[in-house]
Design a protein around this ligand. Sequence first.
Ligand SMILES: C[S@@+](CC[C@H](N)C(=O)[O-])C[C@H]1O[C@@H](n2cnc3c(N)ncnc32)[C@H](O)[C@@H]1O
Length: 193
Amino acid sequence: MARDWIRWHDEYEVPGSSLARRLEVVRGFLRPLLPAPRRVISMCAGDGRDVLPLLPPGSPAVLVEQDPELADRARRAAPDGVTVVTGDAGITDPYAAVAPADVLLACGVFGNITDADVGRTIAALPALLAPGSTVVWTRAGDSPVRDLFVTNGFEELAYCEPHDARFRVGVHRLTRDPSPFVAGLRMFHFVEV
Ligand SMILES: C[S@@+](CC[C@H](N)C(=O)[O-])C[C@H]1O[C@@H](n2cnc3c(N)ncnc32)[C@H](O)[C@@H]1O
């Protein structure tokens, strides 16, 4: 049975919950990256609460979320300049309108796709990004994600690893030259668990 991602978001409303704490860490990392309008991508954006309140007006952003109700919530909360796509975040096409992006969010993605797709996705990110751009990502527990960023031309700017929670939040900056955008490239399939 498909996971109820609307209900998953309810934990955000529980003060002190892992998700509420993770949200504060993600926003804390994002805030200094958005001092003025930047091109922003959010993959599997949910209701967009991590990035939407931080976007300066006129930010060209694309949020991709498959669940229509969550996508609608994001759309209602979005300032001018934001496009919320109800669709598949695992393929490059919806990002064509905003790539190359300055900031990319991959929050709640890497724990829901296979390891092979994690590798494929991180390897594909330089084709969605501008030189010197930044990725903010999350993952539960220890994983090879940090190493994969480094081997694909990123440097680590920050990593949050609370001793009393399983969530991890990383921030990586692209240091190699970006790759050309490739339409129709499959990066991942979401695995419902
Ligand atoms: C773990 S939640 C993360 C939501 C948000 N990024 C956050 O951190 O609050 C995963 C989200 O991915 C969405 N999703 C699942 N498969 C997807 C796909 N193929 N393309 C886009 N979104 C997808 C779900 O509906 C859900 O909102």
